[in-house]
Ligand binder design. Structure first.
Ligand code: PLP
Length: 403
């Protein structure tokens, strides 16, 4: 069978065996609706409560401040719409500050709010992909209701100065949300240190099932729900709880904490750095997007001039290596990444950029596998590029090698 190495953990991660084992009974023997008052319901409620406590420990908050959701997209939408609609209605003229490099779950929600009369500031980033906290301060207005800045970028892994922004938000008395979907399990998370009122998590980025997640909502934060129905999740998210999913998410949070204690991020960073170094040693006209600033340990975004990212992703997939071009959520779309464009990359270079995102179970052998394939695949694609062929032909004849 063909060897396959998966380096697309930022798109999704597999269930860990212990997560699967924790979930399994809740699909059959331990069925029950957590709202039922009988034995079955009480048992399901206890499991949900236990998961809530574990997720709260991961974030350093109270269990009652956790709202279980269907994932990152719902968490982000609940945060943005929930705050801007608090009081029951959107108030045209209210102001939202966010960034140009957010995941589409925030970006498209913000654009939708803007279409409905909310004023939105999309802050720019430096060429390394980082926003200037002073830009947040300067963007504040009396009508600013919410600041939403992601913690780690899904495409580059670049970290934003979220704690500094938290201090600015607190001084200005403005609600503050951070999308920490790509940070959980990769860095310790502490909502008090960040100073946020809302924080989004997604289960499938941390070895829990797809369609699970949580939103931290600081006590006292007014939040209009997105769904209306039962009184679940303290009126913040109607709908029968996904008990198996919540149990799996709780288990994944427990495993994530243990992994942080065991030093997995520094091990992953060493592998990522080796991957970068070895690839860049053997490929010219290539580099790292956002490599000069702090990033989460598992992510690197590399550009290879004269190469189409899509073609490289396909060529590597045929050899057994799974990576991604731009964000996976955009796959199928030919638009260059909005994140890379915001960092000032040309459209051409943005289209020549790919993301490697290592799983926490990545090994030296995985890195060797990628290093054996990538330079070769890049060279082959460049041979097919008319611009590159012309350029190298000039270099070669200029060097007199054809004499
Ligand atoms: C930073 C970020 N936010 C939000 C999401 C959306 O999460 P979900 O897939 O759980 O809806 C993603 C998924 O790629 C992400 O990377």
């Amino acid at each position: 069978m063909m060897q396959r190495v998966y380096m697309d953990a930022n798109a999704t991660t597999p269930l860990l065996p212990e997560v699967m084992a924790a979930m399994r009974p809740w699909f059959d023997d331990n069925f029950g609706n957590a709202s039922s008052i009988h034995f079955h319901g009480q048992r399901a409620r206890a499991a949900v409560d236990h998961a809530r406590e574990t997720v709260a420990t991961l974030l350093g908050c109270r269990p009652a401040e956790i709202v279980f959701t269907s994932g990152g997209t719902e968490g982000d939408n609940l945060a943005l719409f929930g705050i801007l609609q608090s009081g029951g209605m959107l108030q045209p003229g209210d102001h939202l500050i966010t960034t140009a490099v957010e995941h589409h779950a925030v970006l498209h929600a913000a654009e939708h709010l803007r279409d409905r009369g909310i004023l939105v500031t999309f802050l720019p980033v430096s060429s390394a992909g980082v926003i200037d906290p002073e830009d947040v301060r300067r963007a504040l207005r009396p009508q600013t209701k919410l600041i939403s800045v992601m913690m780690a970028n899904n495409e580059t892994g670049v970290l934003q100065p979220v704690a500094e922004i938290g201090r600015i938000a607190r001084e200005a008395d403005v609600y503050y949300h951070t999308d920490a979907v790509q940070t959980a399990g990769k860095l310790p998370l502490d909502v008090k240190a960040i100073g946020c009122d809302l924080l989004t998590l997604s289960g499938h980025k941390m070895h829990a099932p797809q369609g699970t997640g949580a939103l931290y909502v600081r006590r006292g934060t007014p939040l209009e729900p997105l769904f209306f129905g039962g009184l679940h999740e303290r009126h913040r998210r109607a709908g029968t709880e996904n008990v198996p999913g919540i149990v799996g998410f709780g288990k994944a949070a427990e495993v994530a904490m243990a992994g942080l204690d065991a030093g997995i991020p520094s091990r992953t960073a060493a592998l990522r750095d080796r991957l970068e170094m070895l690839i860049l040693q053997s490929v010219d006209e290539a580099g790292v997007n956002g490599g000069e600033v702090p990033r989460v340990a598992n992510t690197t975004n590399l550009w290879f001039d004269h190469v189409e990212a899509e073609a490289l992703v396909i060529a590597l997939d045929l050899k057994g290596l799974a990576i991604s071009g731009g964000s996976a959520c955009q796959s199928g779309a030919t638009e260059p990444s909005h994140v890379l464009l915001a960092m000032g990359l040309s459209e051409e270079r943005a289209r020549a950029s790919v993301r490697f995102s290592l799983m926490k179970t990545a090994t030296e052998e995985d890195v060797d596998f990628a290093v054996a394939l990538v330079p070769q695949a890049v060279a082959r694609l460049r041979e097919l590029s008319p611009v590159y062929a012309k350029k190298t032909a000039v270099t070669v004849s200029g060097g007199g090698l054809h004499d």
